[in-house]
Design a protein around this ligand. Structure first.
Ligand code: ADP
Ligand code: ZN
Length: 747
C-alpha cells in the first residue's frame, strides 16, 4: 500500500504530492485525511504530512519509496470533500495546498512530535461559585483601583488564564494573594472543562414567542431548509430586531432534522454574553471556538466536534473549518464584517468557503446583517439568493436623532479645531445629567487625503473616482488604482480654495483636549496603545460601563459588541475620514461604520443623540446615514459601481511586490507587469481583464521592505487563476510576491 501525501510546508517548491509506502503493520490505521509522520529529504528529517490518496501501484521503482513512520490521528479531521475544498482554495486564492489543508486541523500540526501533545499546564483563576454579587468585594477593595479592575474582569469572565490577568493588569502573584485570602478566587491547574464559557450556562435561556415579523422570516427559512437543496439567504435586520433569536429557533429546527449547525460571528462579537445565549439554550452540544482557547483547549474542542459530541459550532472566521459533518445550516452573522476575509495564507473569503460547504451538504447558508455588504445585497436583489427583512426593533426604543455638524462653517472650542461648539455643548449636557458619552474617532486606513477647507471637495482620480493620496516625498497626489499622479499646489481644483491635508488625529491628542475642556469629567480612552492583551478592550469597556465614566474616546474597537445603557450621546469627530480612503468601497464602509457607531447611543430608556462632524455635509452617504436608509445608500452605490466597473461587476486582484531595495522593487514591478501582460494577453485581448501600472502601495514601506502593487480588474475565472499561479511560481525567487483576491483593504 502506498499513500500520496501533502507535506505541511509553505515552501512553494514543495507544493506537490510525495508518495510513501505504508509498512504492513500500519496499514490498518491508514485512511484519507489522517496526518502521518514521514522521513523527508536526504537527511530524513521528520515532517508532518496529510494523506490525500491511497494507491496500490506506483509508476516508479517501488523500492525507492520511503516508508511512513507513524500515523498521527486516531480519527481523521478531514474527508475527501475537505481535500477537494482545499484544492479549490489553493487554486482560487493562489496558495499552497498545504496552507489550505493546515487551517482544517487543530493547531499542533506544526509540531514535529509524533503524537499530539496535550496542552501545557496553564494556571486558571476560577471565581468562587458562591459569589453572586460583586458589590461587597468592590467595597473591600476600595483602596485599590487595580483590585477593582481585576474584580470586574474576573466577575465577568468567571474563568480566566492567570497569565492573562498578569499581562492585562500588570499584576503579580502578590496582587492575586488578596483575592485568594478573601475567598474570591481559586487558582487551579487542571480544569476538567476548560472552556471558559461553560460557567455561563447555568441559567436557562428559554425560547421566545416570535413576533409576526420574525415568524414570517422563520417560516421562509423553514421552507428553504425543507427543499433539501443548497440554499442561500440574506437576513437584513436592524440591530436588536431579533435576528439572533431567529438563528436560535431555526437552528432548533435543523437539529430536529438530525443535522448540525454552524454560526460564525466576528471575533469581537464573540463575547461571553453572546456565547451564553447559545450555551444556555442548547447546553453541551455547543462548542465555542474563540481566539482565547489555548492550543490544548482547541485540540479538545476539535476532538469533541470530530467525535460527533457537538452539534452546534460557534466561532469566528476559522471555525468554518471545524470538523463538523452533516451540516444543515451555516449562519454568518454581521456578514459584511471585514474579519471574514483572511489576511494571511490562505487568503480566503469565509462566505465563499461556506458556500462550498453548504453546496456539498445541501444545506442553508444564512447571511445576517444590519448593513449587508453591497455584494450580498446585490445577490439578493438579483434573486440569486433569498432576501428576508426585519424592519422593527423588538424593544422599540426612541428613534435615534442623528445630526450633522458642518466643520467648515462651525466655530470650535479648541485651538486645534477638533471639537465644535455644538458637540461640546452636548457633551456638557451629558456630564450635567450624569449620562455617558462616546467620542468616536474614525481612524480606519492609512494615508492622508486632501480636503478643501472652503468647499469640502476631496481630490479624486479622474479615471477611477477614488480619492487621491498625498505623498510627502514628491509633493504629489497619487491614485492607488491606476497610478495617475498630479502635482499638489495647495489649491482646490473645484473652487480654487485652500486645500487642507486631513490630519490623522490621535486619540491621545483628543483626550488632552477633552481634559482641558471638561476638567471635572472622568475620561477613558480605548485604542491600540491603551489596550493590552487579547481581551484588553473588554476590560476597558467594562470599566467604562461599571464605573459610569463620563466620556469614552475610541476608534473602531467601540463600534460593536457591548451594550451601554447609559450612553445617550455619540459624537463622531471626523465622520468623513473613511471617505478619504483610496478605496472604491468608501461609501459602503462609511455607511456601515457610522450606522454601527450611532447604534451605541440610546439603547435603553433614554433617547440617544448622535452628532457627526464632517467637512462634507452634502455628501449623499450622510443623508442615508441620518435617515437610516440602507436601500438609498445601496442604490447610489450599485449605480456607481456598475458605471465604473467595480465589484460586484468585476473582481479586483491586488498583487503586492516587496523588496528591501527600493529601486529593485520598482524595476521588478515594471518587469513583472510585462510578464503578467504577456501571460494574460488572451484575456486582455478578449477585454476580460485590465492590468494597471504598478504603483507604490498605500503604505509604501513596512519593516524596511519597499512595497509596490499591481491591480488587475477582471471577472475572475479558474483559467485566470491557473495563469496567475504559474507566473507567480516562476517569478518569486528574488522577490516576495503575494496575491489577494477582492481584498477588504487597499494594501
Ligand atoms: P439582533 O440579533 O437582531 O440584534 P436579538 O435577537 O439579539 O436581535 O434581539 C434583541 C433583544 O430582543 C434581545 O434581548 C432578545 O432577547 C429580545 N427578543 C428577540 N426576539 C424576541 C421576541 N420574539 N420576544 C421578546 N423578546 C425578543
Ligand atoms: Zn485612478
Amino acid at each position: 500500500m502506498f499513500v500520496n501525501v501533502i507535506l505541511n510546508t509553505s515552501v512553494k517548491q514543495l507544493d506537490r504530492i510525495f508518495t510513501y509506502i505504508v509498512p504492513v503493520d500500519l496499514e490498518q490505521y491508514i485512511c484519507i485525511g489522517k496526518r502521518v509522520v514521514v522521513p523527508f529529504s536526504k537527511s530524513n528529517r521528520k515532517e508532518f504530512g496529510i494523506v490525500i490518496d491511497i494507491v496500490n501501484k506506483v509508476d516508479f521503482d517501488a523500492k525507492l519509496a520511503k516508508p511512513i513512520l507513524s500515523v498521527v490521528d486516531e480519527k481523521p479531521y478531514i474527508d475527501e470533500f475537505h481535500i477537494k475544498l482545499a484544492r479549490w482554495m489553493s487554486k482560487r486564492y493562489i496558495c499552497n495546498l498545504s496552507d489550505s489543508l493546515k487551517v482544517m486541523f487543530p493547531p499542533d500540526v506544526n509540531n514535529k512530535d509524533k503524537t499530539i501533545r496535550s496542552s501545557k499546564k496553564d494556571k486558571y483563576v476560577v471565581i468562587n461559585e458562591n459569589i453572586q454579587d460583586i458589590s461587597k468585594y468592590l467595597e473591600l477593595a476600595k483602596r485599590s483601583a487595580k483590585r477593582k479592575e481585576i474584580l470586574h474582569f474576573i466577575f465577568d469572565m468567571k474563568i480566566v488564564l492567570l497569565a492573562d490577568i498578569y499581562s492585562y493588569f500588570n499584576a503579580t502573584s502578590a496582587t492575586m494573594k488578596w483575592f485568594i485570602e478573601n475567598n474570591i478566587i481559586e487558582i487551579k491547574e487542571e480544569i476538567k472543562d476548560r472552556n471558559i464559557y461553560k460557567k455561563y450556562s447555568s441559567e436557562k435561556n428559554s425560547k421566545l414567542v416570535l413576533t409576526s415579523e420574525q415568524e414570517n422570516v422563520y417560516d421562509g427559512l423553514k421552507k428553504l431548509l425543507d427543499s433539501n437543496k443548497k440554499q442561500e439567504a440574506l437576513l437584513h435586520g436592524v440591530t436588536g430586531s431579533g435576528k439572533t433569536e431567529i438563528y436560535m429557533q431555526i437552528i432548533e429546527y435543523v437539529l430536529k432534522q438530525n443535522k448540525n449547525c454552524m454560526i460564525l460571528v466576528p471575533e469581537i462579537s464573540l463575547t461571553p454574553q453572546m456565547a451564553n445565549r447559545f450555551l444556555s439554550r442548547f447546553g453541551n452540544i455547543v462548542s465555542i471556538l474563540h481566539s482565547k482557547l489555548s492550543n490544548g483547549e482547541r485540540i479538545d474542542e476539535f476532538a469533541r466536534i470530530n467525535n460527533g459530541e457537538i452539534q452546534i459550532v460557534i466561532g469566528a472566521r476559522s471555525a468554518i473549518f471545524a470538523p463538523l459533518r452533516n451540516i444543515g445550516i451555516i449562519v454568518i452573522d454581521e456578514e459584511h464584517d471585514n474579519s471574514y476575509k483572511s489576511e494571511s495564507n490562505p487568503k480566503y473569503d469565509t462566505i465563499e468557503v461556506a458556500r462550498r460547504i453548504i453546496e456539498h451538504n445541501k444545506g442553508l447558508l444564512l447571511l445576517g446583517s444590519a448593513t449587508p455588504s453591497i455584494q450580498s445585497y446585490y445577490m439578493a436583489k438579483t434573486n440569486k439568493i433569498a432576501l428576508f427583512e426585519l424592519k422593527k426593533r423588538i424593544n422599540d426604543v426612541h428613534p435615534l436623532s442623528i445630526k450633522l455638524v458642518d466643520l467648515i462653517h462651525s466655530s470650535y472650542v479648541d485651538s486645534s479645531r477638533i471639537i465644535t461648539k455644538e458637540l461640546a455643548n452636548e457633551i456638557q449636557r451629558n456630564i450635567d445629567n450624569k449620562e455617558q458619552s462616546i467620542i468616536f474617532l474614525n481612524k480606519r486606513g492609512y494615508g492622508s487625503g486632501i480636503v478643501c477647507q472652503e468647499c469640502g471637495n476631496i481630490e479624486k482620480c479622474p479615471n477611477c473616482d477614488v480619492t487621491l493620496t498625498y505623498h510627502h516625498d514628491k509633493n504629489k497626489l497619487l491614485c492607488h488604482y491606476c497610478g495617475y499622479t498630479k502635482n499638489f499646489d495647495n489649491s482646490c481644483s473645484q473652487c480654487h480654495g485652500k486645500m487642507l491635508k486631513t490630519n490623522v488625529l490621535g486619540t491621545q491628542k483628543i483626550e488632552l483636549e477633552l481634559n482641558k475642556l471638561f476638567p471635572t469629567a472622568s475620561i477613558i480612552r480605548i485604542d491600540h496603545d491603551s489596550v493590552q492583551g487579547k481581551d484588553g478592550h473588554i476590560k476597558i469597556l467594562n470599566k467604562f460601563k461599571n464605573e459610569n465614566i463620563d466620556i469614552l474616546i475610541g476608534t473602531q474597537m467601540i463600534a460593536k459588541g457591548h451594550d451601554f445603557p447609559n450612553v445617550t450621546l455619540v459624537g463622531v469627530l471626523n465622520g468623513d475620514m473613511t471617505l478619504y480612503l483610496q478605496d472604491y468601497r468608501v461609501n459602503e464602509l462609511t455607511y456601515s461604520l457610522l450606522t454601527q457607531v450611532a447604534g451605541r447611543a440610546g439603547r435603553d430608556k433614554k433617547p440617544g443623540r448622535v452628532l457627526i462632524q464632517t467637512y462634507q455635509p452634502s455628501n449623499e452617504v450622510f443623508e442615508s446615514v441620518i435617515n437610516n436608509d440602507y436601500i438609498k445608500m445601496y442604490e447610489n452605490e450599485i449605480n456607481y459601481r456598475k458605471l465604473l466597473i467595480y465589484p460586484p461587476f468585476c473582481d479586483i486582484i491586488q498583487i503586492l511586490i516587496t523588496s528591501k531595495d527600493e529601486i529593485l522593487a520598482e524595476q521588478f514591478s515594471n518587469k513583472f507587469l510585462n510578464v503578467l501582460t504577456n501571460k494574460l494577453s488572451v484575456f486582455i485581448d478578449k477585454e476580460e481583464l485590465i492590468i494597471y501600472q504598478p504603483v507604490k502601495a498605500v503604505i509604501s514601506r513596512i519593516e524596511k521592505q519597499y512595497r509596490y502593487k499591481i491591480i488587475i480588474k477582471c471577472k475572475y475565472s479558474p483559467d485566470i487563476a491557473v495563469a496567475l499561479k504559474e507566473v507567480l511560481v516562476n517569478n518569486n525567487k528574488n522577490f516576495n510576491i503575494s496575491v489577494e483576491l477582492n481584498a477588504t483593504r487597499n494594501i
